[in-house]
Design a protein around this ligand. Structure first.
Ligand code: GCU
Length: 684
């Protein structure tokens, strides 16, 4: 039987009898009057999930009148205003933020009851999933007093899904969104998708590719989009669409898309009206403009600001947002690609409409296994920001390699930008606290497709899960998230939990080491981005060629981004600029990102740069080899189908880690002219 459709939501009966008894005592019955579509979901999830895990149907008590004489262990579920009076009387009115919840055990006389309450429907939904997870992961309920609420407003997936169901950079099958059969055919998978998102707190989704097709803004497609929005709504999810800047010409019959042209302005205003007539809570537009050949305001000599503000004005009457991507670089600009977004956007701070958010990729190039943080974080105090991460693994071995991405996300989020002095972490840009921004959050490029397990690699599920958890609270610990996910997915066997967690936690560094150690980046093959290609020099645009990034020659290797080179370091706050700008203080993981250094440059452990490079590749291989043998040690303790699938993928990963080392080290040797270091396996 194929494994994984139910993700981290398989509420299997608890196999620990003692624990099951304790939960059965804490929850003997439930009081809930399901209100509205969200209420129905909450009711169903709790009765089914708890009923299954505790192997006892949850009896639901009908009326608050009977309450006082109820047995102990009642689970009371309602937004605060709808809780039975006797409960409200014994609790102090809690301050629960929007979308937040409170799970508290209360005492009524001799009896203990469990209360799940919130200020709104979404909070109740998130609280229900949290309660289920507490039981699923064996957390105690006795004495519980758990208040939680999201730290961000926008927790969003970006699907790079085309209308023909191909997925750009997608490695888990085709798009789950079938535009051909919508709106009539509502594949149950749409609700399952929304449910999975809600269970980790994701509250927005852009279902179409950023390299967008204007067709999605025509009337028939708006009706299709409405069908999706209707399914997502009770799960607390708002739908966004990508807006092709040239749409007024392609589907509107105008001969221009100039954002200052009154006909263009009127066209977008009417389009917004049309969208909101069908989808009253439509989130807004996600826009990639003047980037990698996409149309945009610069085609008409206008700025990004002018383009974004025009769309923002169209959406403002309905409360919609424009999410404008900062991922721009131009073939006409000969400057270091890593600098272009900052150069273009930083001076525009304070000039965007209130409902424009700037969406900034985690690093200044493009989702590499490791990048320093994007210099725009913290540098635009007046502009609401979304940090963009890739959950799909375009540059990290697709769905074949095991790389636990929340570790990468955490590294970025915990980086101090120093923009407002020490402690100005990216997490504080994401949660809006650095510059007191009510609107902010995180966007993740989805790794979801039609594969039965949704993500291709079984561990891709952990990346989706972890993205949601970090978008909810960007200060969570990636190790804790891994543990939660393992318990929810593979059960609570302590041997499984600790070994799988250890394996996940070292997987990200392994990939950095066997692909792009010491700050190397963008040395991938061709346009598919799979496997090594440091020699590639065939693209017409220099910044698409790996040779542009490693700059290896007989003297050394690396990209000089200091004042003797592109001076990209100057785009960071002085503390970081200083640290990164000097090889002596630059963290070695960013060495070749910021510096071009001689092959015999001495690393901190005494090895030369050349030797260190080879040993890093080897370290990556050794880690993957350890991951594979640790996994094999778990045979019999895991669902067989998942076990075998992951074992095969780890086998491929090990082979490809060696491929990376051999290809890169043999190629770089043509410049260094040096022997391979001792301790590095010689090329096969
Ligand atoms: C990368 C990726 C593209 C994508 C682009 C983007 O360059 O390879 O497929 O369109 O990022 O983020 O817009």
């Amino acid at each position: 039987i194929p494994w994984g459709y139910d993700l981290w939501l398989n509420f299997e009966p608890l196999d620990d009898a003692r624990l099951k008894d304790a939960y059965r005592e804490a929850i003997t019955g439930m009081y809930m009057e399901p209100v509205g579509a969200t209420g129905q979901i909450v009711y169903r999830e709790l009765t089914e999930g708890l009923g299954s895990m505790l192997e006892r149907p949850l009896e639901s008590l009908p009326a608050p009148a009977g309450m006082k004489s109820a047995e102990a262990g009642l689970l009371l579920v309602a937004t605060w205003d709808r809780l039975p009076r006797f409960i409200r009387e014994i609790m102090d009115r809690p301050e629960i933020p929007a979308e937040g919840f409170l799970i508290r055990q209360v005492r009524a006389g001799e009896k203990k009851h469990l209360v799940l309450t919130s200020a709104d429907d979404a909070g109740l939904l998130y609280g229900a999933y949290r309660l289920l997870r507490l039981v699923q992961t064996h957390q105690p309920l006795d004495g519980i007093d758990l208040l939680d609420a999201p730290k961000t407003k926008l927790r969003m997936l970006n699907h790079w899904d085309n209308l023909d169901r191909t997925v750009e950079r997608g490695y888990a099958g085709f798009s789950i969104f079938n535009w051909h059969t919508l709106p009539e055919l509502r594949d149950p998978r749409y609700a399952d998708y929304a449910r999975a998102n809600a269970s980790v707190g994701i509250n927005a989704t852009a279902v179409t590719n950023v390299n967008s097709n204007a067709l999605v803004l025509t009337a028939p497609y708006i009706r299709k989009a409405k069908a999706l929005a209707d399914i997502f709504r009770p799960y607390g999810i708002r739908l966004y669409l990508t807006a092709r800047f040239s749409a007024p010409m392609e589907i509107g019959g105008l001969e221009t898309a100039d954002p200052l042209d009154p006909r263009v302005i009127a066209w977008w205003a009417a389009k917004a009206g049309e969208l909101y007539a069908e989808i009253p809570d439509f989130g807004g537009f996600l826009v990639k403009a003047n980037s990698e050949g996409q149309p945009g305001p610069q085609n008409y000599g206008r700025s990004h600001r002018e383009g974004a503000n025009m769309l923002a004005d169209a959406l403002a009457p309905y409360g919609g947002n424009v999410i404008w991507r900062a991922f721009v670089y131009s073939e006409e600009d000969p400057d270091d690609r890593a600098k272009q977004a900052y150069t273009e956007f930083a001076p525009e701070d304070g000039k965007f409409r209130e409902n424009v958010l700037l969406q900034v990729k985690n690093g200044p190039i493009d989702f590499q296994p490791r990048e320093p943080v994007h210099p725009l974080f913290g540098a635009m105090p007046e502009t609401p920001m979304l940090a963009e991460f890739q959950i799909t693994k375009e540059y990290l071995g697709f769905a074949t390699h095991l790389v636990y991405l929340p570790r990468l996300f955490e590294e970025v989020l915990q980086t101090d930008t120093y923009r407002e002095g020490p402690g100005s972490t990216v997490a504080r840009v994401v949660d809006g606290s650095l510059h007191d921004k009510p609107l902010s959050g995180m966007a993740g490029v989805a790794n979801i497709g039609t594969d039965i397990n949704w993500t291709g690699h079984p561990f891709g599920q952990a990346d989706w899960y972890g993205f949601g958890r970090l978008a909810w609270d960007p200060n969570l610990d990636s190790g804790d998230i891994a543990e939660e996910w393992i318990r929810a997915t593979f059960g609570n066997n302590p041997v499984v939990v600790s070994r799988v967690q250890a394996l996940m936690m070292r997987s990200r560094e392994a990939v950095v080491n066997y692909m792009t150690p010491l700050g190397l980046h963008h040395i991938f093959d061709s346009s598919h981005h799979y496997g090594p290609g440091p020699w590639v020099d065939e693209h017409s645009r220099p910044e698409w060629n790996p040779v542009y990034y490693h700059q290896a020659d007989s003297l050394g290797i690396g990209f000089d981004r200091t004042s003797t080179g592109s001076n990209a370091v100057a785009q960071y706050a002085p503390e970081l600029a200083e640290r990164y700008g000097d090889p002596a203080t630059c963290p070695e993981e960013f060495l070749l990102w910021f510096h071009h250094l001689p092959w015999d440059y001495k690393l901190r452990d005494g090895h030369t740069l050349w030797e260190g490079l080879g040993l890093k590749y080897q370290e990556g291989i050794d880690t993957v080899s350890g991951m594979l043998s640790d996994w094999q040690g778990l045979k019999g303790l895991l669902p067989d189908a998942a076990y075998r699938d992951v074992e095969m993928r780890l086998g491929i990963q090990l082979q490809e880690a060696r491929w990376w080392k051999d290809a890169c080290m043999l190629y770089f040797q043509t410049f260094s002219g040096r022997e391979f270091p001792e301790g590095m396996e010689p090329p096969a």
